[in-house]
Design a protein around this ligand. Structure first.
Ligand code: XMP
Length: 454
């Protein structure tokens, strides 16, 4: 806030006219601009804290426990509130944890109600949206489907839309909505980059066709393997995979006449993550350089899910009767197995990893553990180790299994899978996948590790 280019907002436009809730920096900004005092704190608060005082008569703090756990993440602190403001919550070390402007629906909270570690954060947000803003809380997936399909019909008319599908939840739900609105004018493209799971291309393509989507499967495996030959650096591999995807998609999109729109499965967290507070010049890079972009990127973009969170997307998918084998899937990264094969990528390594991954994922499903895990997969390590099979010495590959629990992928814990299950999977892998003689289990959480190894 004391920096020259610190983000600012014209509070006069909102304060007193509509309900305002400032969170963390927003609360500090509000206090500072109205005559309060924000100072670097002696006691930095990061992580869990407990409220020590709560004004439960205040509309924002209704039903919040006196010792409610909240999540703090700030270095500066509000030392003094402006005169017209009243305190509505404190923690032991942060006196101004929440406040209200007297006679106005203007509130500030120093902690983060939006993260799961603020255990009653959702109640605070509901208090604000329902009790203070007066929203009816009448969102249902059925109404969303109805209004979105009607909106898409009006927006797209007889225009054609091209869209890349990944087999994931978001693109599948977005495509189904657009398909409900414009039918065969939606042209879907599903690319086999040679880095998908075992049988994934055929299975997913089959499901899409079953759903009535106008989808074309493109086998581009060779193109991807060729571009990846000899690359070992994770970022180089990611870039190569992204570049070839654009080339393949662009070539396919060109085959469709008179396309006007590009459909995308963007959801609200993607929108938030891509916004920079410093404004368009810092955020938008290639998009402004339209001349150098592939043709499909010059199309107008239609993103029917860009106001929804993942759980809402799943509810919409259920309403649209999308099959559970698509809706219930674990997340899978765009670069696929390419970032789970450490070192260079060859078709032989992809084949080994596909087999290992298949045994692990199928095992989770058979043991009824798949839905308890947020994401799981196998990683092929760039080392070999000595083993013994029968009377023979072996010198073969090592794979690591990774399974995590998480809410949003931003933080994750390793999954405490039963030992017996891990033993069975390990045996099956070593006994049936040629070239692998050792299985290890990754017990790192995020942070400090990440979910993927590259
Ligand atoms: P990390 O490894 O950063 O992963 O903890 C968090 C989540 O993001 C996925 N991930 C990706 N998804 N393209 C994607 O579409 C990528 O390049 C990529 N890298 C990581 C990862 O699978 C996990 O769900």
């Amino acid at each position: 806030m004391r920096q020259e280019d610190a983000p600012d907002v014209d509070l006069e436009n909102y304060s007193g006219k509509v309900p305002v809730l400032g969170v963390c920096y927003g609360a500090q900004l509000m206090a500072q601009k109205n005559g309060g005092n924000v100072l670097p704190s002696n006691i930095r608060e990061y992580g869990r804290a407990k409220l020590s005082k709560v004004d439960q008569h205040n509309d924002l703090m209704k039903e919040i426990s006196i010792d409610s756990q909240v999540w703090m993440s700030h270095a500066d602190t509000i030392a003094e509130l402006p005169d017209a403001y009243e305190l509505i919550a404190s923690t032991a070390s942060v006196r101004v944890a929440a406040f209200k402007k007297k006679g106005e629906d203007t509130y500030g909270i120093q902690f983060h109600p939006e993260v799961t570690h603020s255990l009653e954060g959702k109640t605070i947000l509901r208090n604000f949206v329902v009790h203070i803003c007066g929203c009816a809380q009448d969102w249902t997936p059925d109404i969303f489907v109805e209004t979105t399909v009607a909106g898409l019909k009006a927006q797209l008319g007889d225009d054609k839309v091209v869209m890349g599908l990944s087999g994931g939840v978001d693109s599948s739900v977005a495509a189904t909505l657009i398909h409900h609105a414009i039918g065969k004018n939606l042209h879907c493209i599903f690319v086999d980059n040679g880095l998908l799971r075992k049988n994934e291309f055929e299975d997913v393509l089959h499901s899409y066709k079953d759903m009535g989507l106008n989808v074309k499967g493109v086998d581009a495996r060779e193109q991807f393997y060729e571009a990846l030959k000899g690359l070992t650096d994770p970022e180089d591999k990611r870039k190569a995979i992204g570049r070839v995807f654009i080339e393949v998609f662009d070539a396919e999109a060109h085959k469709i006449q008179n396309v006007k729109w590009l459909g995308q499965g963007t959801i609200y967290p993607d929108v938030i993550e891509s916004v920079s507070v410093k404004g368009p010049s810092a955020t938008i890079k290639s998009h402004h350089n339209v001349g150098g972009l592939p043709d499909f990127m010059k199309l107008k973009v239609v993103e029917p899910l860009n106001t929804l969170f993942k759980d809402e997307v799943r509810l919409v998918g259920k309403t649209l009767e999308i099959h559970q084998n698509i809706l219930g899937r674990h997340p899978f990264p765009g670069p696929g197995l390419g970032i789970r094969i450490l070192g260079d990528i060859t078709p032989e390594k992809v084949h080994i990893l596909q087999e290992v991954d298949h045994i692990f994922i199928n095992g989770l499903k058979k043991a009824g553990l798949y839905d308890d895990v947020w994401q799981a997969g196998a990683i092929l390590l760039p080392i070999q180790s000595v083993g013994v099979m029968g009377d023979e010495r072996t010198y073969e590959r090592v794979v690591s299994l990774r399974a995590v629990t998480s809410v949003d992928g931003m933080t994750a814990d390793w999954c405490h899978l039963p030992y017996e299950f891990l033993a069975d999977v390990s045996n099956e892998i070593i006994n049936t996948v040629k070239g692998v003689n050792r299985v290890v289990y990754d017990i790192s959480s995020k942070p400090p590790a990440t979910i993927e190894w590259e």
